[in-house]
Design a protein around this ligand. Structure first.
Ligand SMILES: [Mn+2]
Length: 298
């Protein structure tokens, strides 16, 4: 049965939601910073070092750059890993500057925490409304400018030659082609009860799924690129730094919810074929802090 589409509004410019990465260079993937500025600085340093070394890096951050805890060390619970204090305002500003310096090399994918600023459901882990909390710190003018920026973020990045697809959450949403994502509205979807329940379900699946079946993951990959072999995402906390529920799924944790020694980045030669999630994990994962002692990481 065809899925109903929202009425087409010719005045709205279509936002491309899938970004295709170059076929050569070094891919660096980070996930879920959630306002951790020290971890962000390490991601940035890695990228900038590769720029200087001329290895043509491409940075993809799979969303949830914002919304961290503002707890004291005494209040800090064990399940949140290493202590930090939210610095989402500064992190966003630095992320924006990095992208402005390297517009073709730095890509941020929309996560559910960014979506909360532009039509997504309220996120309320550390504040009753985390988007409202961040916007109150940004002030009205800056908040508006941040929202305009977030509205343009893609949902998916694809490295076609490598066969790698990146997104925020597990690739559970049923799509058949790239246009299904381009045409998916993110605003007005969760307002009231009038919205289309199918659209609502799809948007929720896109930004909130923690895992999926092999079959649904392959269907998602095929819709993006028939030759894609691996899906890389974050959203969930993998305390050991990464998790492979089943092929072709590779969940990576770069920062949020982890101890420093367990935090991982992915680095991958864009001209090299990814054979499986296991192959990518075994050869591409790098500790964010090589000198920190692992706690849960094997
Ligand atoms: Mn998330």
């Amino acid at each position: 049965m065809p899925v109903p589409r929202p009425p087409h509004d010719a005045s709205l410019r279509l936002v491309r939601r899938v970004v295709t990465l170059p076929e050569t260079g070094r891919l660096v993937v980070a996930t879920d910073l959630q306002g951790n500025l020290d971890d962000w600085a390490l991601v940035e340093q890695t990228f900038e070092r590769y720029v200087r070394e001329g290895v043509e890096p491409i940075l993809v951050v799979t969303g949830d750059l914002v919304h961290g805890p503002e707890l004291t060390e005494e209040e800090w619970p064990e399940y949140l890993g290493s202590f930090y204090r939210d610095a989402s305002v500064e992190l966003l500003a630095r992320a924006k500057r990095l992208q402005e310096r390297h517009p073709a090399r730095v890509h941020y994918l929309l996560g559910n925490h960014e979506h909360a600023h532009v039509g997504g459901p309220i996120v309320a882990k550390f504040f009753p409304d985390e988007a409202e909390r961040l916007e109150s710190m940004l002030g009205p003018q800056e908040a508006q400018s941040v929202r305009s920026w977030l509205r343009e973020w893609p949902f998916v990045a694809v490295a076609r030659r490598a066969g790698i697809v990146m997104l925020h959450a597990a690739p559970h949403v049923p799509i058949t082609c790239v246009e299904d994502l381009d045409e998916l509205p993110i605003e007005g979807v969760f307002d009231g009860e009038d919205g289309d329940p199918i659209i609502r379900e799809r948007v929720a699946a896109l930004f909130w799924s923690r895992t999926t079946s092999t079959e649904r993951a392959h269907a998602f990959l095929r819709a993006i690129d028939p030759d894609a072999t691996v899906a890389i995402y974050g959203h969930d906390v993998a305390r050991a730094g990464h998790a492979i529920d089943r092929e072709p799924l590779l969940c990576i944790s770069t920062s949020f919810g982890c101890y420093d020694g367990d935090k991982l980045l992915l680095e991958w030669d864009l001209s090299k074929r990814a054979e499986s999630a296991r192959h990518v994990a075994e050869t591409g994962l790098k500790p964010l802090r090589p000198n920190a002692r692992p706690v849960h990481r094997a």
